[in-house]
Design a protein around this ligand. Structure first.
Ligand SMILES: C[S@@+](CC[C@H](N)C(=O)[O-])C[C@H]1O[C@@H](n2cnc3c(N)ncnc32)[C@H](O)[C@@H]1O
Length: 339
C-alpha cells in the first residue's frame, strides 16, 4: 500500500530535519544530522531548521543545529534571522553568544564586508571619487543612496551632547555630511572644534557655508586615515563616515588611546546592520567587546526613532538604511582603574 502523502517516506532528510527542529526533538535531529542531512537547507517557506527550532523556543535543538554548522545569520523571506524569530530568552542568548563567537573568529576578512553605516558596501574609493547631490533634507551619493539625512538631526544632537559633556574643550568630528552634529557641537562653544572631511564636494560646501571662517573650527580635508598625523588629543570624539566598512571603524578605534584624553568621551554613528534587529544587537556587542579590549567601556543609550521615520522620509532613496524602532547611542569612556 502507498504511504500517505505526508509520511516520512515522502520527505527529504532536510524536510525531516526541519520537522524535528520545529518539534524540538533532539534525538531525531542528532540522528538526521549524523546521517548527512544539510543543516543549511531552506524549506519551501524559506525557513532553515535553525529558524524552526528558534521559533519553537527549543534551545537544545538550536544548540545541536549550530554545532552541526547551521548558519546563525540565514534570513527568512521577510528578512528575519533565527535570533529575530525566537521569543525564548535562552534560545536568544544561545544564538547571540554563537553569533558573537563566530564574528570574533571570522575576524578582519569577513568583517571587511560589513558596511559601517548606511553605505551598504559602496567602496570608499569610488564614493570619494563620485558626485554627491545636496538637498534640504539629505545628501545623496551617485547611486541614490543617502549619505546623510535630516531625520537623524535629533540623534546628532544627542551625540553632540555626549561628546561635549565635559564642557566642550577640544572636540573632533570625523565626517561632515550635512553638518548636523557640527552645528550641535558649536552650540557647546568648544575651545577647538576639528572636523575631518574627505569628499571634495562636501568639503567645498562646508567652505561655502562659512565653516572655514569660524574661529574655533579647524577643518582637515582628507581621509581620516591620511590626516592622523595632524591630530592632537581630544575631550570628545565623534565618528560617522560613509562608504567605509566595520574594519575601518575598528582601525579608527585602535587610534583612540592616542586621540582621546583619559577623561574624554567617544561616540560613533551606530548604524551597523540597522535593517535587522538581531544583527544590530550582535554588532553593538561586538564593538563593545572590541572597545573593551582597548580599555573602554561602552554604554548604549536607547533613543526611540519610530516617530522620525515616516515612509515619506525615504522617498527617492534607494535603500532604507535604518528600519529599527530604537537607536542605541554609544557612549564610550576609558574604564576606571579598580581602587
Ligand atoms: C554620514 S556623513 C556624516 C554626517 C554628519 N555626522 C552630520 O551630522 O551631518 C559621512 C561623511 O563622512 C565623509 N567621509 C567618508 N569617508 C571618510 C573618511 N575616510 N575620512 C573622512 N571623512 C569621510 C563623507 O564624505 C560624509 O560627508
Amino acid at each position: 500500500m502507498a504511504a500517505p502523502p505526508d509520511s516520512k517516506a515522502d520527505k527529504s532528510p532536510e524536510e525531516l530535519l526541519c520537522a524535528a527542529a520545529a518539534a524540538g526533538n533532539t534525538d531525531a535531529i542528532a540522528e538526521i544530522v549524523s546521517s548527512g542531512a544539510d543543516p543549511t537547507y531552506f524549506d519551501g517557506s524559506g525557513m532553515t531548521p535553525l529558524m524552526h527550532a528558534a521559533t519553537g523556543g527549543h534551545a537544545a535543538a538550536a544548540r545541536l543545529l549550530l554545532d552541526a554548522g547551521a548558519p546563525w545569520n540565514a534570513l527568512s523571506p521577510s528578512g528575519l534571522s533565527a535570533g529575530d524569530l525566537t521569543s525564548d530568552p535562552t534560545t536568544y542568548d544561545l544564538l547571540l553568544d554563537h553569533a558573537l563567537r563566530s564574528e570574533l573568529i571570522l575576524g578582519t576578512v569577513a568583517r571587511r564586508q560589513v558596511p559601517s553605516n548606511s553605505s551598504d558596501g559602496v567602496p570608499a574609493e569610488s564614493y570619494l571619487d563620485s558626485r554627491v547631490s545636496f538637498s534640504e533634507d539629505k545628501v545623496m551619493d551617485a547611486d541614490s543612496k543617502a549619505v546623510m539625512m535630516e531625520w537623524e538631526r535629533p540623534l546628532m544632537e544627542a551625540h553632540a551632547r555626549a561628546v561635549c559633556s565635559g564642557g566642550g574643550g577640544k572636540v573632533l568630528n570625523v565626517g561632515f555630511g550635512m553638518g548636523l552634529v557640527d552645528q550641535a557641537i558649536q552650540r557647546y562653544e568648544p575651545e577647538e572644534h576639528t572636523i575631518i572631511e574627505a569628499h571634495p564636494e562636501v568639503y567645498a560646501r562646508m567652505l561655502k557655508l562659512g565653516w572655514g571662517e569660524k574661529k574655533n573650527v579647524r577643518i582637515l580635508f582628507g581621509r581620516w586615515q591620511d590626516v592622523l598625523p595632524q591630530l592632537g588629543s581630544y575631550d570628545g570624539i565623534f565618528f560617522d563616515t560613509y562608504g567605509e566598512y566595520y574594519e575601518d571603524m575598528r582601525e579608527f578605534h585602535d587610534q583612540l588611546p592616542k586621540l582621546l584624553k583619559p577623561d574624554g568621551v567617544y561616540s560613533y554613528f551606530n548604524g551597523l546592520c540597522g535593517d535587522n534587529a538581531f544583527f544590530h544587537v550582535v554588532y553593538c556587542q561586538l564593538v563593545a567587546l572590541e572597545l573593551a579590549s582597548l580599555g573602554y567601556s561602552t554604554q548604549f543609550i536607547p533613543l526611540p526613532v519610530k516617530d522620525c521615520l515616516s515612509e515619506q522620509v525615504w522617498e527617492g532613496v534607494r535603500q532604507k538604511y535604518w528600519q529599527l524602532d530604537t537607536y542605541h547611542l554609544p557612549v564610550c569612556q576609558a574604564e576606571s582603574e579598580p581602587e
